[in-house]
Design a binder for this molecule. Structure first.
Ligand code: ATP
Ligand code: MG
Ligand code: MG
Ligand code: MG
Length: 567
């Protein structure tokens, strides 16, 4: 590639809405351009990185025996109704109508469509196991799109779906994908960790997330440096580990047979469940002072437990009494009406209170939540940190050491789904005895575009991005000094350019005629990992200057040895 025929557009300053370093650097390096909230154009330099990420994923998926296809972006509502997700998914699922008034989903993921493909195409156990994948645009109407490509609304995902005849087969397919993911993230050159995860709303039996380790990550990861134990915070908490875990039982155990926990809590509190919002009134008594909280929950989420026992001074956290509800909120069953109370309102969208920081800032969606119910992230986050049932230094559940906590960015997720989708959609195969049985399914996602943000969060300095070689937009940049003035330089640049290309190196020549300072600054910002400077002075001594993106100084390399040196 020649820079004069490519498109490079760098900025000195990042736009003010770019909060984290990867977003700032991608904007400054001209890799993405914002079109709307969570919607970006992938500019040529950024697209090169995306293509490299996709290339590695594709190679390893194919090597692991998965088969590529491509499913539509726009999917009929009927399929989503079959599994119940049309109703369950809430506003994150983008819905559109065609000219005939028929409804469609813009896919956030494709379990329904692949299960539909498979139920009509697969007939016999002889065709199993099979694993289909695609690399496709996704749309999720995220409550709070942010951090550039990290949490976009439109983004690219690789999603794969395995089908097996029995549970053992599904577990083997899962392991194959787990291993492929480990290879993929190793090839990206990123520091990552696989952690056990909750299955969440998707249902099923087993799940792991792959996280790129970065201090700016949204997720807390719990692991034991002396053993294999690793789980995300929610999964670790679900194990009720932590030295204080046993002593501090959740305040309310609300498992009532046949009822969701929210229904049971509502019954306990004698309040009606509203269509979109469930609520729970809580009272904290401390040193004679009472504080009231109203927890609002999205109706499609389930509150597992109320874990508040670790908040200093909040020992007397309990459900509000009817009298308190009446006093604070007005009438008892009607307190879900317009909120004009003296109580702070905590809004919880996720399944556990420990996740509430996620939700608080975005809680006031029109026509979905009550307005004016924002407690604020600054108040919530320290409290949420304290709410955790697992802290550094707790004993590891395997007894092999103590736990450490680090932050990560979720870049991949593998699930054992079992028969949840195949049963809902009637996807069966004929087993060896000719009897129909539901397919055992797994699903496996990688956030292709999120990888860019995650890689930068892990690899940058004050000059810009430092791409790992395997996913860099270009592996090497040739920077000629005074190419227009010196025939010697010009000749050597052309020769080296041809030799490096022949050696399979993804090289760009900066023939834009910029001054050295501006030229170097651009490539340091863009994050090309290797640079070779070609100047007349060095050439007269038979040398070129090599500098790795992380090196403090350049190294002189004899002209004839440069290609071998780079390889
Ligand atoms: P998150 O917890 O960050 O919202 P998720 O658990 O909802 O992610 P999955 O349904 O597991 O996401 O999707 C598979 C992968 O897709 C994730 O591991 C992540 O890398 C990526 N991904 C999910 N949502 C987004 C998004 N809004 N923007 C970019 N990538 C995303
Ligand atoms: Mg999500
Ligand atoms: Mg997640
Ligand atoms: Mg996930």
């Amino acid at each position: 590639m020649r820079a004069s025929r490519f498109f490079i557009s760098t900025l000195k300053e990042a736009p003010s809405d770019a909060e984290i370093v990867s977003h700032q650097l991608m904007m400054r390096a001209g890799m993405i351009k914002r079109l709307g909230s969570g919607i970006y154009t992938y500019m040529p330099t950024g697209l090169r990185v995306i293509r490299k990420v996709e290339g590695i994923i594709r190679e390893e998926m194919n090597r692991a025996g998965a088969i590529e296809l491509l499913m539509p972006l726009v999917q009929p509502a009927e399929l989503w109704q079959e599994t119940g997700r049309w109703d369950k998914m809430g506003p994150e699922l983008m819905r559109v109508k065609d000219r005939h008034g028929r409804e469609f989903a813009i896919q956030p993921t494709s379990e329904e469509v692949i299960t539909d493909v498979v139920r009509s195409e697969l007939k016999s156990y002889r065709q199993l196991p099979v694993n289909f994948y695609h690399i496709q645009t996704k749309f999720r109407d995220e409550r709070r799109p942010r951090f550039g490509l990290m949490r976009g609304r439109e983004f690219t995902m690789k999603d794969a779906y395995s089908f097996d005849r029995d549970v053992a087969g599904m577990q083997q397919s899962y392991q194959t994908m787990f291993d492929a993911y480990s290879k993929i993230f190793t090839r990206f050159g990123l520091k990552f960790r696989a952690v056990a995860a909750d299955n969440g709303a998707i249902g099923g039996t087993g799940s792991h997330e792959f996280h790129v380790i970065a201090s700016t990550g949204e997720d807390a990861l719990v692991y034991c440096p002396d053993s294999d134990f690793a789980a995300n915070m929610e999964a670790a908490e679900a194990l009720s580990i932590g030295e204080r875990g046993a002593a501090n039982q959740p305040l309310a155990k609300t498992s009532t047979p046949g009822k969701t926990k929210c229904e049971a809590v509502a019954e306990l509190l004698n309040v009606p469940l509203q269509q979109h919002v469930k609520s729970i009134a809580l009272t904290v008594e401390h040193e004679g002072k009472k504080t009231y909280f109203l927890l609002l929950l999205r109706a499609d989420h389930e509150l597992n437990e109320i874990k508040v026992s670790k908040v200093e001074g909040l020992k007397d956290f309990r459900f509000s009494t009817e009298a308190e509800i009446q006093e604070v909120y007005g009438t008892v069953p009607g307190y879900l009406g317009p909120i004009n109370t003296r109580a702070p309102v905590v809004v919880v969208a996720d399944r556990t209170v420990a996740n509430m920081a996620d939700f608080i800032c975005g809680a006031n969606e029109a026509d979905y939540h009550y307005t004016g119910a924002n407690w604020g992230r600054d108040v919530a986050e320290p409290l949420v940190a304290d709410l955790r049932n697992v802290v550094e230094g707790d004993a590891s559940p395997d007894g092999k050491g103590v736990l450490a906590i680090e932050r990560g960015i979720e870049v991949g997720h593998v699930f054992q789904l079992g028969t949840a989708y195949s049963e809902a959609m009637g996807a069966t195969f004929l087993d060896e005895n000719g009897k129909p049985a539901p397919l055992q399914m797994g699903c496996y996602g990688i956030g292709v575009t999120r990888i860019l943000g995650a890689a930068i969060e892990q690899n940058f300095d004050d000059k810009g991005i430092v791409w790992p070689d395997s996913i860099a937009p270009f592996e090497l940049v040739l920077c000629p000094m005074g190419m227009d003035r010196s025939e010697m330089v010009k000749e050597q640049v052309e020769k080296l350019y041809a030799d490096l290309q022949a050696a399979g190196i993804d090289v760009i020549v900066d023939d834009r005629g910029l001054r050295p300072g501006a030229m170097f600054a651009d490539w340091e910002l863009i994050g090309v990992p290797h640079r070779v400077v070609i100047g007349e002075r060095g050439l007269k001594e038979g040398n070129l200057e090599y500098q790795g993106r992380r090196d403090d100084a350049a190294t002189s390399v004899p002209v004839d040895e440069m290609v071998a040196f780079i390889k």
